[in-house]
Design a protein around this ligand. Structure first.
Ligand code: BJ8
Length: 423
């Protein structure tokens, strides 16, 4: 990475702590990613993006801000990116997947809280995330209790707007969500100083749908046996989707898919044909949380799909593009997001049905349910998942883990035994 020290200090980062973070990433990335055999050539772009994770993209955000643009950060896939883009802003995902800034986070949060929440709080309090420091506004949501209450604290350090995400999917919940989306559009207009018009929103919907279509194309290619790309590489792409430039990212994913199509035609894959195929489901795996996928794919299985928010939940539904007026477009935007099957909804049958459907479509032998420690919605919903998969005769392994590596050996033993059973 070139020397970005001046930019990082102008953002007010704690350079010493930030250096520590940047030292951890390259060796981990090397071991997890660069040692994989038969990687598609077009993964080079995504390697480059990770290599420049706190460099070039941050520079782009700063240039955007210098030209009068605004940056809006989000913690959940419920925040409608198309609205931010329609007002000329850039929307970036802020969820963090690494144990850092823990001491700072524990000054304001209980010790026993989901690591994802602790991580984003730690990133802000320890001043080590240039994405966070680039934000003019951050957007939280009332999904789980931990996040909801943490946003009150986060608001002491950065302006936070909280969207009320419903807990059910009845008519009145949908009405509430539509109002939230409209309020958000007004707030984005105020923040950016730009009005959202039917034309800008239509273009933005189309661009973000384009990103979703490219990711779906990639997902569809993973239905083939042998799998033309690893689950780890696919997860990485899904993580990068949250913060890279939309049009460039879409073009690169499509370019990768062209290569993967050729691989499929030639019968080439990253693992031999008939390698046990698994689907991962549960809490999101924010960058750089690659622990469980790495263990799975070094234990004799290939991950063929992620029923995660860093996965299918992020791109499986599109915003309908049939509306003409602004109001109808906002209705379409709101409706698309209500299709996300997060475990904070009760009941949440869509997620269970989807999982069964995915196992068939992707010809998977089993499911690995992965919950972050102290995440009640997913840990409790694991019971419903287990019941449904049992009825369908689909093998399931349930895992609960955090961001540390302490349980890596134990997880490997359990995952190897599960994969052996699938064989
Ligand atoms: S739509 S999954 S991104 S809320 S892991 S913080 S739920 S205690 S992240 Fe999520 Fe939106 Fe739902 Fe997706 Fe709480 Fe659980 Fe932590 Fe979680």
């Amino acid at each position: 990475m070139s020397n970005y020290s001046e930019m990082w200090s102008s953002l007010g980062l704690n350079l010493e702590a930030h250096d520590q973070l940047l030292k951890v990433l390259p060796p981990t990335y090397h071991d997890v990613y660069l040692t994989q055999p038969n990687r598609p050539k077009n993964m080079e772009y995504f390697d480059f993006v990770v290599n420049e994770i706190h460099g070039l993209r941050i520079q782009e955000l700063q240039e955007h801000k210098k030209a009068g643009g605004k940056v809006i950060g989000a913690f959940c896939v419920f925040v409608p990116e198309e609205i931010v883009r329609a007002a000329g802003g850039i929307c970036i995902g802020l969820c963090s997947g690494i144990d850092i800034g823990t001491a700072e986070a524990e000054q304001v949060l209980p010790r026993n809280i989901c690591p994802l929440i602790k991580s984003f709080m730690g990133f802000k309090l320890a001043k080590i995330c240039p994405y966070f420091e680039s934000c003019d506004l951050v957007v939280g949501e009332t999904t789980c209790d931990g996040k909801k209450k943490a946003f009150e604290i986060l608001n002491d350090y950065v302006p936070v707007h909280v969207m009320e995400t419903p807990q059910m999917k009845k008519g009145r919940d949908r009405d509430l969500w539509l109002e939230e989306v409209k309020d958000f559009a007004r707030l984005v207009e105020e923040t950016t100083g730009n009005q959202i018009s039917a034309a800008t929103l239509a273009r933005s919907i189309n661009e973000v749908n384009g990103k979703r279509r490219a990711l779906r194309r990639l997902a569809d290619l993973r239905k083939c046996d042998p799998a033309p790309i690893s689950g780890k590489d696919s997860l990485l792409i899904e993580q990068i989707a949250m913060y890279d430039d939309v049009e460039r990212f879409t073009a690169r994913v499509n370019q990768l898919c062209d290569e993967l199509e050729q691989r499929v035609q030639a019968g080439e894959g990253v693992f031999p044909a008939k390698t046990p195929r698994v689907i991962v489901t549960g809490t999101p795996m924010a960058i750089p949380n690659w622990k469980v996928p790495h263990i799975i794919e070094t234990s004799g299985a290939v991950i063929v799909a992620e029923e995660l928010c860093t996965g299918l939940r992020y791109f499986e539904n599109e915003v309908a593009e049939d509306a003409t007026g602004l109001d109808n477009m906002l209705e379409n935007v709101a409706a698309r997001y209500m299709g996300i099957n997060c475990a904070v909804f009760t009941p949440n049958p869509g997620r269970l049905e989807k999982l069964v459907q995915l196992v068939k479509e992707y010809n998977a032998g089993g499911v690995i349910h992965c919950t972050l420690s102290f995440c009640d919605p997913y840990a409790v919903e694991a019971n419903r998942v287990e019941k449904m998969l049992k009825q369908e005769g689909i093998p399931l392994l349930k895992i609960e883990t955090g961001y540390d590596q302490e349980d890596a050996g134990q997880l490997k033993t359990r995952i190897e035994a599960f994969v052996e059973m699938l064989k």
